[in-house]
Design a protein around this ligand. Sequence first.
Ligand SMILES: C[S@@+](CC[C@H](N)C(=O)[O-])C[C@H]1O[C@@H](n2cnc3c(N)ncnc32)[C@H](O)[C@@H]1O
Length: 261
Amino acid sequence: MSLTNDLKILYRIAFHPIRGGTHKERLESFYKEQAEGYDAFRARLLHGREEMFTRLPFLPDTRWADFGSGTGINLALAGDRARTLKRIYLIDLSPSLLAQAQKRIQGDGWSNARTVEADATTVKLPDVTEEETTPLDIASFSYSLTMIPDWFAAIDRAYDLLKPGGTIGVADFYVSRKHAEEGMKRHSSGARSFWRYWFDQDNIYPSPDHLPYLRRKFETVYLYEGRGTVPYLPGARIPYYTFIGRKPADDIARTSQIDNS
Ligand SMILES: C[S@@+](CC[C@H](N)C(=O)[O-])C[C@H]1O[C@@H](n2cnc3c(N)ncnc32)[C@H](O)[C@@H]1O
């Protein structure tokens, strides 16, 4: 942790205007000048990632895609268990962050990993044959859903690429629904408004709907709703969740089966 790096990142987060006519241009405008110092700062802000990766069932000779992978930090968080995977796809729209991921792949000898510059909502995976319509065993999103405007399309894409019985892991910021379902956390009106306002300037959208949508599409294996510290915001506790879900093993493309009778 270095104060100079923190100040540089804080300036980009708090003051630097984000420009661009497309989502990809806006991401680059936000990330280009902070790609190098990104990991050290975010390690203190993005809670629950380690726990999520500990709980994912990485098995030899299977495939994992990390949607919105950024610098590929999740390779380090997944650790040695991911070394025996057949293929790891690091999918992101930001060339600056993927350049860091590429450095990591080469520097740390991740011969089974490759970067894929693509939109998570429509991504096609390289080296997958046409017959392999559901090539993935594991899909993960760590703090990327809140940055993807069509986050439901990104979840749908991961769902479609996952094998029946495959696992999804998500860690992200969120706010609860005003009338959250029984057994789920409820955040105060002030918390729900403040965090959405605070993140809005950086095009980050904590949503009350990620968790209900994930729980509707996947069987819940594990769910934790917590609060974490925020660097340089003493006393603040930001809401986040960690979700592990399973695509139903008997899935017969529920989303595409429309009964018109
Ligand atoms: C907050 S960062 C998280 C990065 C990394 N997963 C981590 O845990 O540090 C969000 C990431 O989502 C990526 N992203 C945003 N929208 C995307 C999209 N539509 N398709 C692919 N990646 C996207 C951003 O470029 C960025 O790398």
